[in-house]
Design a protein around this ligand. Structure first.
Ligand code: NAD
Length: 433
């Protein structure tokens, strides 16, 4: 029987209201579309639509002035426990809620399976604006949040990593808090740690490096050289910054960049050394001498060959999808494109490298970090980068082959590969009891 016939006409009930959010609806709609298309077993399909575990905490957070104690909310969601420990970032952002974190955890599951990593998906976060916090406040918040979720994390259980608004220092505080409470050093509880406490060479730039590896492969398929392309990147943080520097180093022209303060544009190409010097001095991109100011929305519509959303979700929508002027969209951020925008891009013939493939370099080197920690045997930066590029190229080729074989776009193909691997693992393990 053909896969399309097996699931013809099937729909599932909406998931529980607990998870409801625009992002979770997007993640579930993507899963439903692919499940229908591939004829996924309905029992497994239903299991995959909601996370296996979700923890919501509220805790007191003392500000520096010693008088204010705020109540803040934190989350840790583990989508799938069948593949090994769960793995996923921790974000500090005002938009964090259960529905958002749940959607991100589901995408982590597909991403790990697509890359062949022995993890299920997880994600977490705290609803705060990290830019408003002093270093001491950030440290107190992180340590208290770690204590709150200590029973659900651990090297064999669930391993957090950096994401929006968190970095290697935050990971170091989590590792220290966890280790203090366990009574011995447990570096494997987080990845994305500083090198001095068991971090991996190359982890910081890994997501950006993986994004560029996808660009190189996509350019090869399109018959263009990366050095002949103009690139626009939204978000100049860990991921966008590394992608910009590596692509510029390979000869591409970076014509637009942005951060939360706004965007900058320079048709002849931005000098990345000047950009780094400017942001180190001022803390933002706006006002870089020799560049023209653009808004974050205008930035997305600049003429370019490759557009890279590397900031937050929901940036490419029905409203602007028709105005994009790129040939290739590389999703470095998680969930930057809505379902409606996705359809418009497919109709317009704009190739999209989906988030679960494009930004998988981070979790891949997190896996290398975890492996190196378990073996207490550390690799050189060159070894890390070469192995990362090899795995990114392999995943890219598998997605391309699947897309051609099934006549589907790259997102559908990537999800088919990830979901198929997860479904097979669940089928083999069976149901307890
Ligand atoms: P980051 O906090 O280091 O950087 C985020 C950047 O986006 C900053 O330049 C910030 O100013 C900008 N930004 C924030 N809000 C914005 C807004 N409303 N409009 C425009 N720009 C805005 O975060 P990051 O780690 O680089 O993560 C960026 C994206 O990549 C996120 O979607 C994250 O989930 C995804 N991601 C990160 C990793 C990782 O290893 N860090 C891995 C996979 C995916």
């Amino acid at each position: 029987m053909d896969a399309d016939d097996r699931n013809a006409g099937k729909t599932l009930e909406p998931t529980g209201l607990e998870w409801d959010s625009p992002m979770h609806r997007l993640a579930v709609a993507q899963l439903d579309g692919v499940a229908l298309r591939m004829g996924l077993d309905q029992n497994i399909w239903e299991r995959l639509r909601t996370p296996q575990r979700a923890m919501v905490v509220s805790f007191p957070f003392r500000r520096d002035n010693y008088e204010t104690v705020e109540t803040v909310y934190g989350y840790r969601v583990q989508h799938l426990l069948s593949m090994g420990p769960t793995k996923g970032g921790l974000r500090y952002d005002l938009d964090v809620d259960l529905g958002e974190v749940t959607a991100l955890a589901m995408w982590m599951t597909w991403k790990c399976a697509l890359m062949g990593l022995p993890f299920g998906g997880a994600k977490g976060g705290v609803r705060v604006n990290p830019r408003e916090l002093s270093r001491q406040e950030l440290q107190r918040l992180t340590r208290r949040f770690t204590s709150e979720i200590i029973d659900v994390i651990g090297p064999e259980r669930d391993i957090p990593a950096p994401d929006l608004g968190t970095d290697e220092q935050v990971m170091a505080w989590i590792m220290d808090t966890y280790s203090q409470q366990r009574g011995h050093s447990v570096p494997g509880v987080v990845t994305g740690k500083p090198i001095e406490i068991g971090g991996s060479q190359g982890r910081k730039e890994a997501t950006g490096r993986g994004v560029v590896a996808c660009m190189v492969e996509a350019c090869r398929e399109m018959g263009v050289a990366l050095e002949d392309t103009r690139i626009v990147i939204q978000g100049f943080g860990n991921v966008g910054g590394a992608a910009a520097r590596i692509a510029a180093h390979l000869g591409a022209r970076i014509v637009g960049l942005s951060d939360i303060s706004g965007g900058i544009h320079c048709e002849s190409g931005l000098d990345m050394h000047a950009v780094d010097a400017w942001t180190a001095e001022t803390g933002h991109l706006a006002g870089l001498p020799g560049s023209e100011a653009v808004s974050n929305q205008e930035l997305l519509e600049l003429p370019c060959d490759i557009l890279v959303p590397a900031a937050i979700q929901n940036q490419i929508t029905e409203q602007n999808a028709n105005a994009l002027q790129c040939r290739l969209l590389v999703e470095a951020a998680n969930g930057p494109t809505t379902l409606e925008a996705d359809r418009i891009l497919v109709d317009r013939g704009i190739t999209c490298i989906p988030d679960i493939l494009a930004n998988a370099g981070g979790v891949t080197v997190s896996y290398f970090e975890w492996l190196q920690g378990v073996q207490q045997f550390f690799w050189s930066e060159e070894e890390v980068n070469n192995r990362l590029i090899e795995l990114m190229q392999r995943a890219f080729r598998e997605v391309s082959t699947m897309a051609r074989a099934k006549g589907v776009d790259a997102r559908t193909a990537a999800m088919m590969l990830g979901i198929h691997r997860v479904a097979e693992a669940k089928r083999r393990r069976g149901v307890f009891p």
